[in-house]
Design a protein around this ligand. Structure first.
Ligand SMILES: [Zn+2]
Length: 152
């Protein structure tokens, strides 16, 4: 699959973006509603990484701020309504609404979290197995060579 940078839009190699539920829903929407899914593997190229990092941090800040505000509003509403349970539904609605609002500046995470770490670990184990396999092949190769030498 071709890679495309999410910042500059160039078809270029980079650090892969983690596929979360937000990206999955965007993909689903493009596939089923607007039918313009391009099927690129989304990455951030080396050049744009500082820019991406700034935008990601700003999104994370905004998201916590908006959710925090929503929770404060919800709590205030709950108290002001003299602990009416229905006001809790409105409160949840406010939190969800503010969360969705924060997604306007959405920036996906990169494949560097704990999941990627686990993958790296698996790869390391795999390469260790491969190298031991390589060593074994080497021994076999040597033995064959020696045999061949003897034969001559
Ligand atoms: Zn780029």
């Amino acid at each position: 699959m071709e890679e495309a940078c999410i910042i500059c839009g160039k078809r270029i190699a980079g650090i892969e973006v983690r596929n979360d539920y937000i990206l999955s829903s965007i993909r689903w929407f493009k596939r089923n509603v607007t039918r313009n899914e391009k099927g690129f593997r989304l990455v951030v190229c080396k050049e744009d990484f500082p820019k991406y990092y700034k935008q990601r941090k700003s999104f994370e800040r905004k998201r916590s701020l908006y959710i925090g505000l929503g929770v404060v509003f919800a709590a205030a509403l709950f108290i002001l309504s003299e602990f009416n349970l229905y006001s809790l539904f409105y409160g949840i609605g406010i939190v969800v609404f503010l969360y969705l609002l924060s997604l306007v500046s959405y920036m996906p995470a990169l494949e560097t979290g704990s999941e990627a770490g686990k993958q790296k670990h698996d790869t390391a184990a795999g390469s260790a197995a491969a190298s031991s396999h390589g060593r074994r092949t080497g021994i076999v190769g040597k033995a064959t060579k020696t045999k061949g030498y003897k034969h001559e």
